[in-house]
Design a protein around this ligand. Structure first.
Ligand code: ZN
Length: 200
């Protein structure tokens, strides 16, 4: 049963969120309309501004309001070491662990031929150029220990064969099949310290 085209449109729009089906979308919409009008207006405003204002950092591909993100602009960060992660939440987990003070590259995904995601879709060419042209001495491949994450790490390492850069992979404590964003800071710090050159 439909109440109004506007309610229907709101419910349909909320379904674009991950894990939100019809029932949850309805509950959210009714909550906003019944008791959360000011929150709803704030949400609409923040969404509109983020959708137009948030771009990708030209250096690391992470979300940023400016052409280069604050992390890449920080002169205290060592740009000779680059840590490659799949998502902004992985970057946040590493930052919160607090031990790593160098720079990043955020793939925003992993290679997935089945879904049609190839190297250029996740910026691997941009990453390779940065490694070759900007004096990167160590590349830490911190993609998730899943089949896709491993394949992505090995693909990047293969493409850099012959390039004078040390390629390492996080070693200890990261559960196979897990995601970095869910690993605790202590484990992540140990995984960083125990990183090893990537073997073929
Ligand atoms: Zn950046």
């Amino acid at each position: 049963m439909a109440f109004s085209p506007l309610v229907d449109e709101l419910v349909e729009s909320l379904r674009c969120l991950p894990g939100v089906g019809q029932k949850t979308a309805q509950r959210m919409a009714f909550h906003l309309l019944e008791r959360g009008r000011s929150g709803g207006e704030q949400l609409a405003d923040a969404l509109a501004r983020a959708m137009t204002g948030v771009r990708r950092c030209e250096t690391c591909q992470n979300f940023s309001d400016t052409p280069t993100c604050t992390l890449c602009q920080n002169p205290e960060r060592n740009t000779g070491t680059v840590c490659v992660v799949e998502s902004p939440s992985d970057l946040l987990a590493i930052e919160q662990a607090g031990d790593y003070r160098s720079s990043y590259f955020v793939l925003m995904g992993h290679l997935s031929p089945i879904d049609g995601v190839g190297p250029s879709d996740i910026g691997i060419d941009v990453l390779l150029r940065r490694v070759r042209e900007e004096g990167v001495t160590e590349l830490i491949l911190a993609t998730n220990p899943t089949v896709e994450g491993e394949a992505t790490a090995h693909y990047i390492a293969d493409r850099l064969d012959g390039t004078p850069v040390l390629i390492t992979r996080l070693a200890h404590g990261i559960p196979v099949g897990g995601e970095l964003g869910y690993v605790d800071g202590f484990t992540l710090t140990h995984a960083f310290r125990g990183r090893k050159p990537l073997a073929d």
